[in-house]
Design a protein around this ligand. Structure first.
Ligand code: 5AD
Ligand code: SF4
Length: 453
């Protein structure tokens, strides 16, 4: 389907991506497809013959940015009428959004959803033949396309999708409506992909899925996420395996033991709690209570005491009282997560929570969010302080964004470490080195390299 059918080797393209790693990885796939058609990547929109916006709709803020930025393209299209403008991704998959886009921004050439990015060559052909905006939004077809070329950003780490979609329907979340039902990739295809990445020099794999713990439930045979991890753990050239996201209701004892026992599987877990109040968790349709979550954390820490634990939290869910919020504050103080992504609840049309009464005013949401972030930052700092003067193992990923004389990488537990070294990056890139931590902060650690392994 994706031969080297070069349509024009001189054509340039760029993709602007919003949202999560899933979207970033979809953009890597579209990059692979476009390069196989003879397009070349450019960072410069003025130079591009094709500009794609890969959108996100998980929160309103992401959508507003998309509308704002696409609006600004009108001027570019007037100056360069031949440039092809395309909008795709989760936002387009929502009811009525594609039509609204077309109405508001008639200069857009192409609109497509999350289920048909493999169709990009055909869609671009249609654009060149038609004067009108080409729209193709498909419903969940349940198919997985294995032969899509992927062009990853060159690096030590690579994302590998193990499953698509979500069946959980948390009451606030739009994802199940725009990404469809759970579909697991066949384990043989995942293993082949990881082996190939290992041969190409990738050192770390990040497995992606909305809820990796239900991997395999839709496949024949006895494959589970733990079994998949144990198989991937055998692949020689890969040094580290991470994964996200884990739903607490599906996290098995077997998985805890697998993380503990597998040498390459990192001691890191992203385990979204969303709220510390059982009352709110029920309304969120999360299927666990505060006590069950706390028990789960206890079980995990019993087997893997030094696990790096992160979470997602939403404040201001409909009906959240001061008491519910203080339950969340109390929970984060008890658990002491290494880090947390914290959000104000954002009303998503079409989800059950959007229709609930007792919506919380923006002022209260903002106040609660600020309070929570402040407390969590102090906890993150306190946890990182435990590493002061300790030696940690860091997989070297590149140069620090802020200081080009400083190298950067991550610990096994997922913490970012920026460190000085007498040895240059080209000698250390992709290696695991020992670093002594000198200055722990809330979001990263600073240190100096002691030795390269
Ligand atoms: N409002 C705020 N945060 C949300 N998330 C998902 N939906 C919403 C929403 N409507 C958060 C959850 C999820 C993370 C990826 O985004 O915390 O875990
Ligand atoms: Fe959304 Fe819940 Fe599915 Fe995560 S598990 S993608 S929060 S519905």
């Amino acid at each position: 389907m994706f031969g080297n059918k070069a349509i024009n080797p001189q054509k340039y393209f760029t993709i602007v991506t919003y949202g999560c790693q899933m979207n970033e990885h979809d953009s890597e796939k579209m990059t692979g497809i476009l390069e196989s058609m003879g397009y070349t990547w450019t960072d410069n929109k003025e130079e591009a013959d094709l500009i794609l916006y890969n959108t996100c709709c998980v929160r309103k803020h992401a959508e507003e940015r998309v509308y704002g930025n696409i609006g600004m393209l009108k001027d570019l299209k007037q100056r360069k009428p031949d440039v092809i403008l395309g909008v795709c991704g989760c936002m387009m998959q929502q009811k009525g959004v594609a039509q609204e886009m077309k109405k508001r921004f008639p200069f857009i050439d192409l609109i497509f959803g999350t289920f048909n990015l493999h169709n990009l060559p055909k869609l671009l052909e249609e654009v060149s033949e038609k004067k009108e905006t080409v729209i193709e939004i498909l419903d969940d077809q349940g198919r997985i396309y294995e032969d899509v070329p992927v062009k990853r950003k060159k690096g030590v780490s690579a994302w590998v999708t193990i499953m698509y979609g979500c069946n959980n329907f948390c009451s606030y979340c739009i994802v199940p409506y725009v990404r469809g039902r759970e579909r697991s990739r066949h384990p043989d295809n995942i293993i082949k992909e990881v082996e190939k990445l290992g041969r190409e020099g990738v050192k770390e794999i990040i497995l992606l899925g909305q809820n990796v713990n239900s991997y395999g439930k839709d496949l024949e045979g006895k494959i589970t996420f733990s079994r998949l991890l144990r198989k991937l753990d055998q692949i020689e050239n890969i040094k580290r395996i991470r994964f996200m996201t884990s739903h607490p209701k599906d996290l098995s004892e077997d998985l805890i033991l697998t993380i503990r026992d597998c040498q390459r599987v990192c001691n890191q877990l992203h385990l979204p709690i969303q709220s510390g109040s059982s009352n709110i968790l029920k309304k969120m349709n999360r299927n666990y209570t505060r006590e069950e979550y706390l028990n789960l954390v206890r079980r995990i820490r019993k087997e893997i005491p030094d696990i790096g634990l992160s979470t997602d939290i939403i404040v201001g869910f409909p009906g959240e009282t001061d008491k519910d919020f203080s339950d969340t504050v109390d929970l984060i103080k008890q658990v002491k997560f290494d880090s947390a992504f914290m959000f104000a609840y954002s009303k998503r049309t079409g989800t059950p929570a959007a229709r609930m009464g007792e919506q919380i005013d923006e002022e209260t949401k903002k106040r609660r969010l600020e309070q929570l972030i402040k407390i969590q930052n102090a906890i993150s700092k306190e946890k990182n302080m435990l590493l002061k003067n300790k030696t940690v193992e860091v997989l070297v990923e590149g140069l620090s964004k802020n200081n080009k004389n400083v190298l950067t990488g991550r610990t096994d537990t997922g913490k970012i470490v920026n460190f000085t070294s007498d040895v240059s990056l080209d000698k250390l890139y992709g290696k695991i080195v020992k670093v002594r931590i000198t200055h722990p902060k809330s979001w990263s650690l600073t240190g100096e390299m002691i030795s390269a392994q």
